[in-house]
Design a protein around this ligand. Structure first.
Ligand SMILES: Nc1ncnc2c1ncn2[C@@H]1O[C@H](COP(=O)(O)OP(=O)(O)O)[C@@H](O)[C@H]1O
Ligand SMILES: [Mg+2]
Length: 661
């Protein structure tokens, strides 16, 4: 995946081969990525239409209104050919008009009437149609925003492992393009086809009245339409879908490359990344040209079919007029209607091709909306209340494995467990330090406490109540989390700190910053608390970011505090500075602290040594030291590295720690 591999041409050739042998709706992203796309089938047209109708909800009355105006406008537009018949047979010819028609008898007056009608009828039809279009456009824009909102909302509620799998570029592409495209379906799927259907039916009825035999001939075209249409759809829609997917991957890759630009530079991979990017773009371009050929194929077929059909009608009708079986006016009218008949059919087929793109987008939006959100179907019976929550956290025989991709079979147990039979009881307000090698499962344990995941076996309890029965948002409001990789939003320092508590005042923010020892450096920033932190906080050092994150946690005033290597980016001096602040932050809160600095660990009420997903030792600093087990081993190794300070209690040493994976 990282290498550039074959040329985009070879890739595309393989794609075409696979595409040809694939079923109609199947997704073939391209040879190398195909395997990664779990689902293949797209929905049927009718289920997409139904889904679209459900998405439209509030806009439906306007849809109805727009369809009504479209009907009216189309019917008005159907009248002019009748005027042509009047012109040829009653003005230029000698046929009397039906007596019940309130039309002038005088032929010159009738001529004026016909001319006026020919000028005004299309105009009226346009005005009526325009008004409906305007209403519908407004409704479409509203729907546009609503669909995007739904997609965002839903993506934000997906389980964490799904969010991580939807690469960042994937979500934004879905939001920017697909979710927006869906609303365009109002025109291509509802409004325009409806107009075409009305015009088609109206024309057919009139034609049947004039000469049903000629109509029967005209209808012979329809099966041909159907066959070409089906064949085209089977070709274009899947390719459009694949194009989207490839573009999404390309976007995701670009986002990733720029997020990791430091690494790209560090390993001089700029050229490689550019090649990778270019190759995907070339591949997408080849796909687009393929789809373009198919679309133009449809149009060309129609450009050929319409004149041929018209010629046939003229031949047949001309013979009929010569044989005096038909009036001249009827033939003129008929030819006019035949063009009107083929127009909507051609429109339906060509708009069908753009509908395909939009249906593919809808399909992908539905894929996302169909995914189960994090706490789907749960009916928690209680909410956590910060005033009454004591903060006892208990893990009872917890077994946990990270969920794998969608559709993966049940856990293939035994090998995948990240936590095995972990039991731990943390009384309210006490501090637990988690110690262990990298990958032991320390962060995972905290993830379960924060309920980012639920254990497969066993329970996690807050004050004796299973977390699964507590309303998740209310529970998470009790939490404060500081992690090693601090995430700061693109905003000011103050906004980032206040993220923990809506409506926090400047004074609150500054207080929190003071406790986290962030106040001093923030004050020294160019614009103080109003300094805008660049995307991902590039303008702050790792230690500064951590102090902001700590301030954020201080402001949250949590009942349960999780410090996951929260001070790892601080140098010994800064850490010593905020040690007291952290101590006061931890006071009275149930705290899980993961740290490899001895100074942070040794004062914990309890130290839990984790290895390979199991708790291997548990006790205070002194008892564990006396025990002479794993913990003592860590310390001993620590002392080897710092032989000059034999008394670990007074030394700011680090527990050995392998680099994070
Ligand atoms: N989001 C994740 N998805 C799948 N596996 C994970 C995830 N996070 C961590 N792991 C795996 O779980 C194990 C424990 O990881 P972790 O709890 O982060 O270790 P620690 O924090 O002790 O260094 C590791 O083997 C790691 O590869
Ligand atoms: Mg960790």
């Amino acid at each position: 995946m990282i290498g550039t591999g074959r040329s985009s041409r070879a890739w595309f050739e393989e794609y075409r081969r696979k595409r040809k042998s694939a079923d109609e709706g199947e997704r073939v992203i391209g040879a190398e990525d195909g395997a990664k796309q779990g689902r293949t089938r797209s929905r049927s047209f009718w289920s997409l239409l139904a889904a679209f109708w459900r998405l439209a909800d509030a806009a439906r009355p306007i849809f109805a209104l727009a369809l009504a105006t479209r009907t009216l406008g189309t019917l008005i537009a159907l009248l002019p050919p009748v005027l042509l018949k009047v012109l040829f047979d009653s003005v230029l010819g000698t046929d009397p008009l039906p007596a019940w028609l309130p039309l002038p008898d005088d032929r010159v007056a009738l001529l004026w009437f016909v001319a006026g009608g020919l000028a005004l009828l299309p105009f009226t039809a346009t005005i009526v149609g325009l008004w409906g279009r305007w209403k519908l456009t407004k409704a479409t824009r509203i729907m546009h925003a609503a669909v995007r909102r739904r997609v965002f909302e839903h993506a934000a509620r997906l389980p964490l492992h799904r969010v991580q799998r939807l690469k960042s570029g994937g979500v934004t592409a879905l939001l920017r393009e697909d979710a927006g495209t869906v609303s365009d379906l109002t025109f291509n799927l509802v409004y325009n086809p409806w107009g075409a259907v009305v015009q088609l039916t109206g024309t057919l009825i009139i034609l049947a009245i004039v000469d049903w035999r000629m109509l029967a001939g005209g209808l012979l075209v329809l099966p041909i339409v159907w066959v070409t249409h089906r064949a085209w759809i089977a070709r274009i829609r899947p390719v459009q879908r694949d194009i989207k997917a490839v573009k999404q991957q390309t976007d995701a890759h670009a986002t990733e490359a720029f997020a990791g630009m430091r690494i790209v530079r560090a390993f001089s991979r700029e050229t490689g990344e550019t090649l990778r990017f270019t190759r995907r773009n070339h591949f997408a371009a080849r796909q687009e040209i393929l789809a373009w050929w198919w679309s133009r194929g449809i149009e060309a077929a129609w450009d050929f079919l319409i004149p041929v059909a018209t010629a046939c009608v003229v031949l047949y009708g001309g013979y009929a007029v010569l044989g005096e079986r038909l009036r001249t006016g009827d033939l003129v009218m008929f030819v006019a209607y035949v063009t009107m008949l083929l127009g909507p059919i051609a429109m339906l087929t060509t708009s069908a091709t753009s509908v395909q793109t939009q249906l593919a987008a809808l399909d992908r939006v539905l894929d996302l909306l169909g995914e189960k959100p994090e706490f789907a179907g749960e009916q928690p019976e209680r909410t956590a209340d910060r005033a009454s929550a004591a903060g006892r956290i208990t893990l009872e025989h917890v077994w946990f494995a990270y969920p794998r991709g969608r559709g993966a079979k049940e856990q293939s147990e035994h090998e995948r467990w990240v936590l095995e039979d972990v039991s731990l009881d943390v009384p309210p307000g006490s501090v637990v330090a988690l110690v262990g090698p990298s990958g032991a499962g320390k962060t995972t344990l905290c993830n379960l406490v924060a309920r980012f995941y639920d254990p497969q076996r066993g329970r996690v309890l807050l004050d004796g109540i299973d977390l699964r029965t507590i309303e998740p948002t209310s529970f998470r409001r009790l939490l404060g989390i500081v992690e090693q990789d601090v995430f700061l939003f693109d905003g000011t320092v103050a906004e980032n700190i206040a993220y923990a508590r809506r409506g926090a005042t400047r004074a609150h923010i500054a207080d929190a910053a003071r406790i986290a020892h962030a106040h001093e450096f923030v004050e020294r920033l160019e614009r103080g608390y109003d300094t805008v932190i660049g995307e991902r906080g590039v303008r702050l050092s790792g230690g500064q970011k951590q102090r902001i994150a700590i301030a954020r946690a201080v402001l949250a005033d949590p009942v349960v505090l999780i410090l996951d290597e929260a001070t790892s980016n601080l140098d010994a001096e800064s850490e010593a500075l905020i040690r007291d602040s952290l101590a006061s932050l931890m006071r009275g809160r149930t705290t899980f602290v993961i740290a490899h600095r001895l100074s942070t660990v040794r004062d914990a009420d309890r130290i839990v040594v984790i290895d390979g997903g199991r708790i291997v030792e548990e006790g205070t600093h002194d008892t564990l030291l006396a025990l002479g087990g794993r913990y003592a081993g860590f310390l001993a190794r620590q002392l080897e590295h710092a032989p000059s300070s034999p008394v670990p209690r007074d030394q700011d040493a680090s527990l050995p720690h392998e680099p994070r994976s």
